[in-house]
Design a protein around this ligand. Structure first.
Ligand code: ATP
Length: 332
């Protein structure tokens, strides 16, 4: 393997740059040339490919986002689009590709391997919804951003005796909401994996009032009422629906905060930098040793390599015992 390409695809996640840096340096050390593809699979179609050097990947470890930019490409999901993409890969003499992204990006990677290119995936999504790994790059940083926001919201909630309904990202997955609720001490957490029980949320707020606390924090995952990417109007956001119901049932000043894309940005945490670095190095080692269609993951505090097909076979589900603990603590 002499020429390797790196692609970041799907939603950006803090720590992707650490993976790009480690993959590039590991490949250079092994005597390979490394190329960065700009804007995900779209850049493969348009030929936005340029060499990555140890200088190009200097000073990026601490930066959020991805220096390679990211995109969602409908064209790449078509056979014609992929034909254009592989022409550029052939032109550059690229044999192996590291794909950093979510399950959609891995589906694209498998298509590329069907066309004769070796591919290794690195899970990079704040949603943490990829199977075969305990953690995806970006989840820890996003979670810390959410917790920092909850701390600030709690200050004003306490000062004004308010109920705050805080909406977090995660698409149809509840990891960010659940762990933010657990680590942020929320009074209720609503996640897509569990049918929303708004009467129970109201009961929790009333119970909190009875013990003498005048504020409440409710965490709502953006996907509790269906796919948040289906183009519904802003006013139909999950948090507004929940807050409207609470307002109807309890006489409390209820406010909504939608954290939105601040959850994606920011300097990656130590954990995301470390994960990105270890994933990036391992992915290149796998390509050089002739592996393909594999995903690098983190299981029981160690690297674990799994077939990419297995990683995308189903969505990772939140741990029932963690949800049960959040529920128990919120109801005492
Ligand atoms: P995130 O979890 O952040 O959304 P993702 O990788 O799942 O990340 P997607 O938008 O689902 O994000 O996929 C990224 C890109 O992968 C798509 O824009 C498309 O170019 C490509 N892709 C997705 N599914 C397929 C497929 N079945 N075949 C070929 N390419 C695909």
């Amino acid at each position: 393997m002499k020429r390797i390409a790196i692609i970041t695809s799907g939603g950006d996640a803090p720590g992707m740059n650490a993976a790009i840096r480690a993959a590039t340096l590991t490949a250079i050390k092994a005597g390979c040339e490394v190329f960065g593809v700009k804007r995900g699979y779209q850049g493969l179609i348009t030929g936005e490919i340029s060499e990555l050097t140890s200088l190009t990947v200097s000073d990026i470890l601490h930066r959020g986002g991805t220096i390679l930019h990211s995109a969602r490409s409908k064209e790449f999901a078509t056979a014609e689009g992929r034909e254009k993409a592989i022409k550029h890969l052939h032109d550059f003499g690229i044999e192996g590709i590291v794909v950093i992204g979510g399950d959609g990006s891995f589906r694209g990677a498998l298509e590329l391997s069907n066309l004769g290119f070796a591919t290794v995936g690195i899970p990079g999504t704040i949603d943490n919804d990829i199977e075969c790994t305990d953690l995806s790059i970006g989840f820890d940083t996003a979670l810390n951003t959410v917790l920092d926001s909850i701390n600030k919201i709690r200050d004003t909630a306490v000062s004004h005796d308010r109920v705050y309904v805080v909406e977090v990202m995660g698409k149809n997955s509840g990891f960010i909401a659940l762990y933010a609720g657990l680590a942020g001490g929320a009074d209720a957490v609503l996640i897509p994996e569990v049918e929303p029980d708004l009467d129970q949320v109201v009961q929790r707020i009333e119970m909190v009032s009875r013990i003498g606390r005048r504020h409440s924090i409710v965490i709502v995952a953006e996907g509790i009422f269906g796919d948040p990417l289906s183009g519904r109007a802003f006013s139909e956001s999950a948090a507004f629906k929940v807050a409207t119901y609470i307002n109807l049932k309890v006489k409390k000043d209820t406010r909504v905060t939608i954290l939105g894309h601040i959850q994606r940005g920011g300097s990656p945490s130590a954990l995301d930098r470390t994960l990105g670095t270890r994933f990036g190095a391992k992915a290149v080692e796998l390509l050089i040793s002739g592996e393909s269609r594999m995903m690098v993951g983190w299981v029981d505090h160690d690297l674990k390599v799994s077939p990419m097909d297995e990683a995308i076979a189903r969505k990772k589900r939140v741990e029932p015992e963690v949800y049960a603990l959040a529920e128990t603590l919120a109801s005492i």
